[in-house]
Design a protein around this ligand. Sequence first.
Ligand SMILES: C[S@@+](CC[C@H](N)C(=O)[O-])C[C@H]1O[C@@H](n2cnc3c(N)ncnc32)[C@H](O)[C@@H]1O
Length: 220
Amino acid sequence: MREKTREYLNSLLPQDSEYKRVSPLLEYKQDAKEHLYPVIHDDTLQLIRVMIKTSGAKKMLEVGTAVGASAMLFSSFMGEDSKIITIERDPDSHAKAVENISSYGYSDRITPLLGEAEPIVSEMTETMAGTFDIVFLDGAKGHYIYLLDDCVKLLRPGGLLIADNVLFRGMVSGADKLIRRKITIVKRLRKFLIAINNREDIISSVLPIGDGVSVSVKVK
Ligand SMILES: C[S@@+](CC[C@H](N)C(=O)[O-])C[C@H]1O[C@@H](n2cnc3c(N)ncnc32)[C@H](O)[C@@H]1O
């Protein structure tokens, strides 16, 4: 999306009462960004907020906690009776997330797990298949393709698989110059996008919001 268009759309984002309620988290998100922790784009956050409200989601799995900003925001949108499991492989980020989740009062509804997503998600399919309303992929972009089967298994019918950064700075579509050392990630993201568009158990749409967001609904 062109920068001017993005700026305009971001300027439309509301500061309504629910946003005010989570404003300490939004300030925290800004602070995290300034401290160079990766955090979700505002327009992507708003899109997921709409999906949470549309679907009435109460149970979410997130891959890629970082320091917990998105998990806490999603949790505040889903309400007190919701549950999020979020996975982070970097011990320092995980420790910071545990601290943040506790200090902002979300410990009873967000469970942060430390470790590589693939084995954890695979193990979860044994006991939690068909139970999640939303699975949000925001870890290493080159791993999405390897997580796809298990994430679809974890979703309930009608559940949503949402993946962030799927257009990867314009490199996936070829809109922007491909940086050599990113070739593997870009190739794997292209495979992921082809896969989600051609599976029979999900219906997908790829949106040029933020850094590119794919949304897939489980239909079987
Ligand atoms: C873009 S950040 C997540 C940002 C966070 N969702 C937010 O918006 O506040 C990606 C995080 O995923 C973690 N990560 C990357 N690959 C992973 C994997 N295979 N398993 C678990 N965590 C992973 C990284 O260490 C990093 O902290």
